[in-house]
Design a protein around this ligand. Structure first.
Ligand code: FAD
Ligand code: DLZ
Ligand code: SF4
Length: 512
């Protein structure tokens, strides 16, 4: 009797653990289901990207002689959820067992654990070996660590993988981390490279029509869809990145420019997260470019750190701290999400630019997510669950295992500093230094309070004052609180007055 191998939409990897021992007669099951597209109402572009990548992956398996049972969203019999579709497939094929790779979300893991009972045959749930750090390895790191710090984890991963190492204990060029070289403001004349675009074929065209019809009322746009959706295109794109953008990636990693959403960022997250690219091959390619003298150490180390460091680290945090992690709200932030997160209609130019870009493309780069939208969410005291839902909805690379720790821990400090040593709070000055947004804004980052003042300025001091009982004891904020204590009391009162007026006037409760 055959095995039924159930492959999920973010498991599009040929060497997936559930596909490794594929036998003649086995059947691969893939399903497009409404529940996955609507448990949060994903950006239309994310759904289209994933459905197209799934259909191409299924075609690729079939070309290699694998039997694939693929259920499309518009199949009249489609039962709408993973569990219901698996039940139907088990009834169709009567397999000896179901084989799956563990999912990326707690929600789906709960479903999987119930499948054996629900579908009435054994279910073999295998580890996701596409990640470089196992749950047990992360557990051992976390247990032995005094504080959960990414930098310590990253060094362990460098030693373990051997990337950019001269010997077991010695990093190349004598340094583990070159981040201090990666914060340069963008020179005005420096142009970002043009990106390759990938033609819409018949498969993608069908998917775009389907998504437009079924999910046309979701956030975002499908216009000008040109994503890589096959393994071959993904490899082509990775090659383009390594040879063209990577050399400059490090220097301007933190920079933002109006009308240039990508700059030198890789735009690889969605391809890696859905499995079309393996994180190891991305790191290998970057390391090879360094060895060949084609990309400098600050770029390559920065890129590899994001992947073997941050990416693996946040996954470890997610699985170690779920399910309670989802409810964390250490700063007791209760403000509802302003409507402009969806409409993009705000006079704060930095936010307006980021919202417009994510609506069009389902993408913002890291500093836009962290220091513009994230910083605003922190300073304004937005409710963590609402912020989580927004981040999970709008980005094409968003899955809970990676979105949640970035939102809960990195931007909102809602986990009480589980892994961030202090909140990433910044005034308008930071955004002005790292972008050209302020020049085109109604407000001025130089004005602290009153008419024309940048809201980030007064919100910053209001945040610090409001959260003083909780944050004053944080030694990394000692200078901030010393400044606040020395500040003219009138200035503090003005900032708090402006913040209260601004926050009270935030538009909430619109209908979308
Ligand atoms: P690059 O800047 O080119 O970085 C290279 C790669 O490193 C990325 O492709 C990604 O795989 C990895 N990476 C970089 N930073 C992180 C990080 N903090 N956590 C995990 N991986 C990282 N990334 C997601 O993949 N999905 C998400 O849902 C997601 N949500 C985020 C939410 C917030 C609030 C923040 C601050 C960050 C979030 N990130 C998320 C991380 C990061 O912003 C994106 O991975 C990155 O912007 C993707 O663009 P890129 O591929 O051009 O990345
Ligand atoms: C995100 C997503 C969407 C929109 N649709 C599907 C789908 O129809 N079928 C599928 O197999 N996977 C989909 N996914 C990805 C899943 O949500 C993802 O596998 C789980 O969240 C676990 O990470
Ligand atoms: Fe953003 Fe303030 Fe600059 Fe306007 S002035 S773009 S609100 S940081």
């Amino acid at each position: 009797m055959p095995s039924l191998r159930f492959v999920l939409g973010d498991q599009l990897s040929r060497d997936l653990s559930s596909l490794r021992d594929l036998q003649d007669g086995d059947i691969v099951l893939m399903v497009e289901v409404g529940e996955e597209a609507t448990y949060v109402r994903h950006h239309q572009r994310k759904i289209a990207f994933l459905f197209s990548a799934m259909r191409h992956f299924a075609a690729d398996l079939r070309e290699r002689g694998v039997a694939v049972d693929y259920v499309t969203l518009d199949d009249g019999e489609n039962a709408g959820s993973f569990t219901a579709e698996l039940k139907r497939a088990v009834a169709r094929h009567r397999p000896e067992r179901v084989v799956v790779t563990e999912p990326g979300e707690w929600r789906v893991m709960e479903m999987m654990e119930a499948w054996e009972k629900e579908v009435g045959c054994p279910v073999d749930i295998r580890p996701d070996t596409r990640f470089l750090c196992t749950h047990a390895q992360f557990g051992a790191f976390a247990q032995g660590a005094r504080g959960l710090r990414m930098e310590n984890f990253y060094r362990l991963m460098r030693r373990r993988t051997g990337y950019l190492m001269v010997s077991a204990d010695e990093p190349v060029e004598g340094q583990w981390n070159f981040d201090h070289d990666n914060r340069k403001p963008l020179p005005r004349r420096l142009e970002a490279p043009g990106r390759p675009s990938y033609a819409v074929d018949e498969t993608t065209s069908d998917v775009l029509a389907l998504v437009g019809q079924r999910f046309g009322n979701h956030f975002g746009s499908l216009d000008d869809f040109d994503h890589p959706v096959t393994r071959r295109q993904a490899l082509h794109y990775l090659n383009w990145f390594v040879t063209t953008a990577l050399p400059t990636f490090g220097d301007y990693q933190d920079a933002m420019r109006q009308g240039e959403p990508l700059l030198f960022h890789s735009h690889l997250s969605a391809l890696i997260n859905c499995g079309l690219l393996d994180p190891r091959e991305a790191c290998h390619r970057a390391e090879d470019a360094y060895k060949a003298g084609e990309a400098p150490i600050n770029a390559v180390e920065g890129f590899i750190r994001q992947i073997i460091g941050w990416r693996e680290f946040v996954r470890g945090i997610y699985w170690r701290h779920m399910p309670d992690y989802a409810d964390a709200n250490a700063l007791d932030a209760q403000r509802p999400l302003p409507d402009f997160f969806w409409t993009g209609e705000t006079s704060l130019n930095c936010l307006a630019q980021c919202f417009a870009e994510v609506k069009a493309s389902a993408y913002n780069h890291h500093i836009q997510r962290l220091m513009v939208i994230g910083n605003f969410s922190l300073l304004a005291g937005l409710e963590p669950k609402a912020v989580q839902e927004w981040y999970l909805t709008v980005y094409h690379d968003a899955y809970e295992w990676v979105e949640m720790p970035n939102v809960v821990g990195m931007i909102l400090f809602a986990d009480d500093g589980l892994f961030a040593s202090k909140p990433y709070a910044a005034s308008g000055n930071y955004i002005d230094k790292m972008s050209d947004y302020c020049g085109a804004c109604t407000y001025s980052p130089k004005i602290k309070t009153g008419e024309g003042a940048c809201p980030f300025n007064y919100l910053y001091w209001d945040f610090m004052a409001r959260n003083a009982p909780k944050l004053r004891g944080n030694h990394r904020l000692a200078r901030v609180y010393a400044t606040l204590d020395r500040m003219d009391q009138k200035k503090v009162a003005d900032a708090r007055r402006d913040a209260a007026a601004f926050l009270d006037a935030l538009p909430v409760g619109g209908d979308y």
